[in-house]
Design a protein around this ligand. Structure first.
Ligand SMILES: NC(=O)c1ccc[n+]([C@@H]2O[C@H](COP(=O)([O-])OP(=O)(O)OC[C@H]3O[C@@H](n4cnc5c(N)ncnc54)[C@H](OP(=O)(O)O)[C@@H]3O)[C@@H](O)[C@H]2O)c1
Length: 178
């Protein structure tokens, strides 16, 4: 059984750790969307899980949700929040592994994919082992931010500098310090 109860985070942030503005992403970066798809989509038998806050769910264009080939879970305080049948709903993100196991679902990895409130809770609950971060240079005047993490996570891998749409960015991975 490959299912794990530890979470990984996927996030794109600007130089001030800003992640969003007006309920959406403040940048257009197709290379990051491709990276996100590659990181979160399983290459093995069992699909991965993506957990997102209700606001982030609603920010996905209708034609892109649920995110294909992944088990989508929405976190909301409203247990009756209307959602498609093939999407799961929880009022507590720490319950996701139990929720899926109770439904008899096997899964690969669990990724927390935002936004600010859900990242904060996942980090506070000490549920995350690994962060996949896209660092985008600049200040995008964000209204939502990723919490400070560098005191608890160390850089495990850093990709080369890249450029697209006149944006300078690179991919990095951080692992929990032991
Ligand atoms: N750059 C990135 O990588 C990235 C990734 C994802 C999102 N974003 C951006 O982040 C922004 C959204 O972040 P956000 O913080 O406003 O929203 P969010 O974290 O996506 O969702 C917040 C919602 O989650 C639910 N929630 C929060 N705490 C909860 C708890 N303890 N128990 C149960 N449910 C809980 C609530 O839903 P209810 O109100 O329904 O109760 C709350 O309104 C957007 O701008 C989005 O584009 C950026």
């Amino acid at each position: 059984m490959p299912s794990d109860s530890r979470f990984e985070i996927v996030v794109a942030m600007d130089s001030r750790q800003g992640i969003g503005r007006d309920g959406d992403l403040p940048w257009k970066l197709p290379a990051d969307l491709k990276h996100f798809r590659e990181v979160t989509t399983s290459s093995s038998t069992y699909p991965n899980v993506v957990i997102m806050g209700r606001v982030t769910w609603e920010s996905l264009p209708a034609r892109f949700r649920p995110l294909p080939e992944r088990i989508n879970v929405i976190v909301s305080r409203n247990p009756d929040y209307p959602h498609p049948e093939d999407v799961h709903l929880t009022t507590d993100l720490t319950d996701v592994p139990a929720l899926l196991k109770n439904k008899g679902m096997a899964y690969g990895k669990i990724f927390v994919i935002g936004g600010q409130q859900i990242y904060q809770q996942a980090l506070q609950a000490d549920l995350c082992d690994r962060l996949h971060v896209t660092h985008i240079a600049g200040d995008f005047d964000c209204d939502t931010f990723f919490p400070d993490f560098k005191d608890r996570f160390e850089l495990a891998r850093s990709g080369p500098p890249q450029q697209q749409n006149q944006l300078d960015f690179h991919f990095a991975e951080y692992s929990l310090q032991h």
